[in-house]
Design a protein around this ligand. Sequence first.
Ligand code: AMP
Length: 227
Amino acid sequence: MGLNVIMMGPPGAGKGTQAERFARARGLPKISTGDILRDGIKRELAAAVEAKARMDRGELVEDATMIEIVRNRLLQPDTTPGFVLDGFPRTVPQAKALDEIIDERGKGPLVVVDVVVPESELIRRLAGRRICSTCGTNAEPADGASRAVCGKCGGELVQRTDDNDNVVSERLKVYTRQTQPLVDYYRERATFRVVNGAQAPERVAHELDTVIGDAAAVGAAMGTEPT
Ligand code: AMP
C-alpha cells in the first residue's frame, strides 16, 4: 500500500528530523523543499538562486515555483511506494495543487500530521540549530566535540542564514499568517492527525509512528487506494 505523508509544523518543530527518521524506517523518500532549494542554490540553479533573496528574508518562495519543484520530484520512480513531504505545502494553493497531483498519481492515501510546539520553545530551538555546511542536514556535533563538527561527515557546522533572530521572528509570523490556514484546510479529513512536538524526540517519533499507521489504515479503508 502506498503511503503519502505531509509533515506540517512551524520552523523548529523538529519535523525535518522526524520526517527523516520516519521515512528511513518505512523505506520512503523524505522530500524537503527547503533542502531542495538550498541544494539548488549550491549548484547555482536559476530558480533556486532567484528564490534565495526571499529565503534570506524569511519569506515564502512563489507558489508556482514550489509546485513545479514538487510536481517534478513526485514524478521520480523512488516515490512509487509513497513519500514523506517536509516543508510543503505551506499555502492553501500549494495544498490544492498537491491534492491534484495525488489524484493524478492514484497511489495511496494522503496522511497529514501537524507537529505542534509552543512559540517560546521554537525560538529557543532555532537559536541553537546548526546545519552541516558539507552534507546540508540538520546536525548534532560529533561526540564530545567542542568544535562545531558534523557527527555524520565531519563537515563544519554553521547556522542557517535564515536562523538568525530577525529572520526567525519573520518566519514564525509568515507561518502563522500563511501556513496555519492549512490546518483548517486539512482539519476535517479523516487522515489528519496532531502530534505534540514539545516532547522528547523518541516520544514524538513513537507517537508519529502510531498516528500515521492509524491514519493510513483509515485512508486505505475509505477507498483512496487505486483500483
Ligand atoms: P525550510 O528549510 O523548510 O525551513 O525552508 C527554508 C525556506 O525555503 C523557507 O523559509 C522559504 O523561504 C523556502 N521554502 C521552502 N519550502 C517552501 C514552500 N513550500 N513554499 C514557499 N517557500 C518555501
